[in-house]
Ligand binder design. Structure first.
Ligand code: PLP
Length: 403
């Protein structure tokens, strides 16, 4: 007898990316020379996980009474204030009306956004190239995902497509939730320019005159962007306050290289006191109804790295070292990709880059024969430079090239 409900009886057994990684690992252990550009964690050139040592130390120092106790449902107030302070540093107008709830990583933040800013059965909007779990999250929460054509003919963000897809969704369902993963978009590696942010803000403001419109900025990789000021994009969003809902999926996974710690937050800018109270209550309700509360010891340690100047400086310095490691790979990849005429978006930094390819599945399968693992997606191959040693980049790019 099958006890699973029908819709759950034939789901794929393994996440496709983890399945590719398992095959790559097995073949490497069997002695093959493998380039494994599938997994989304930053590794050193020797393949070990790149871990900020100061954060690992702070975690070891968490008092037992902190890590053993339950956290408040929405997270410790110190953590929430620290995240809001970190995110909106220099942008007081945004900080003023902000509320937050702690979540297990950015994934949890996406989950509570989907539940609170869309009705059952409605669609969120994302760019055509998106992090695969967006669709799983929508499906699991009985929402769907619509996409807009991400790039225009010049290779920039296609803001017209965003606006017209947004308008169509508003006409269909009377509200819009837009998921924008920037900078260092997963999977393309693309980072929007400030002008593109302003153009998106203009489009959202127009859409917001018709219906409730909410923008969620998925900032999983924001500390790895090439911009000198990671918060510059916020100035483009400030004029939207009170007109468009602003959400930020903040995560410690990449920022503090502790993916398994499951520390993150959803930050929401709410207009007035009444909206703030209602938003806080809604977010806390969602937390209670899923994971109850987050990893208290993790929240405690991350808070220290956000608010204690010496610890913040130490982890920033260590992260700069990792960014330099990644930047060397980005430069090597861009140079090799240009000489092999690979079709890639503008790529200035970040964990991933995408190579556009019309037969992505077939191409990825052929590459696996040569011992090179990338993730095929619709019309593209996702390449995780975050986990590719610099010395492997020539082999990787040779395999990606069609000639
Ligand atoms: N958003 C994007 C685009 C990601 O790539 C990831 C992780 O790979 C996440 C969100 C969520 O990660 P976490 O839940 O670990 O914060």
């Amino acid at each position: 007898m099958r006890h699973l409900v029908p819709a759950r009886q034939s789901l794929p057994e393994k996440d496709p990316i983890f399945a590719l990684n398992a095959e790559a690992t097995r073949r490497r252990q069997a002695g093959e020379r493998i380039v494994n550009a599938t997994l989304g964690a930053l590794t050193n050139d020797d393949g070990s996980l790149a871990i900020l040592p100061s954060v690992a130390r702070t975690l070891r120092e968490v008092p037992a009474a902190e890590s053993a106790a339950y956290a408040p449902i929405a997270g410790q107030p110190q953590f929430l204030a620290a995240v809001i302070g970190d995110l909106f540093r220099g942008h007081d107008a945004l900080a003023e009306g902000a509320v937050a709830a702690s979540t297990p990583g950015g994934t949890g933040a996406l989950r509570i956004a989907l539940m609170n800013y869309l009705e059952h059965g409605q669609s969120a909007l994302a760019a055509r190239y998106f992090w695969g779990p967006y669709r799983t999250l929508c499906d699991e929460h009985e929402r769907t995902l619509s996409t807009f054509e991400m790039f225009d003919a010049r290779g920039g963000l296609n803001v017209d497509a965003l606006e017209s897809s947004g308008r169509a969704l508003i006409e269909r369902q009377g509200r819009l939730l837009l998921l924008l993963n920037d900078p260092c978009n997963n999977p393309t590696g693309y980072s929007m320019s400030l002008d593109e942010w302003r153009a998106v803000a203009g489009a959202l403001e127009r859409l917001g005159e018709r219906a409730p419109v909410t923008l969620l900025v998925d900032m999983a990789y924001w500390m790895y962007g090439a911009a000198a000021d990671h918060r510059a994009f916020l100035s483009a969003l400030e004029p939207l306050l009170g007109k468009v809902g602003l959400l930020f999926a903040w995560s410690a996974s990449k920022t503090f290289t502790h993916y398994g710690l499951r520390v993150g937050a959803l930050v929401a800018c709410a207009g007035d006191e009444e909206a703030r109270a209602a938003t806080s209550a809604a977010l806390a309700y969602s937390c209670r109804g899923t994971w109850s509360n987050c990893n208290r010891g993790g929240l405690f340690a991350v808070t220290r790295h956000l608010i204690e100047a010496a610890l913040a400086a130490e982890s920033d310095r260590e992260r700069d070292g990792f960014k330099a490691l990644l930047q060397r790979r980005v430069a090597a990849f861009n140079a090799a990709a240009a000489s092999h005429h690979l079709r890639i978006p503008r790529y200035e930094g970040g964990f991933f880059v995408t190579v556009f390819h019309d037969q992505a599945e077939e191409k990825a399968a052929a590459m696996r024969e040569e011992g090179v693992f990338v993730v095929p997606q619709k019309g593209a191959l996702r390449v995780a430079l975050c986990s590719t040693a610099e010395a492997d980049i020539p082999k990787l790019v040779d395999a990606l090239a069609d000639e």
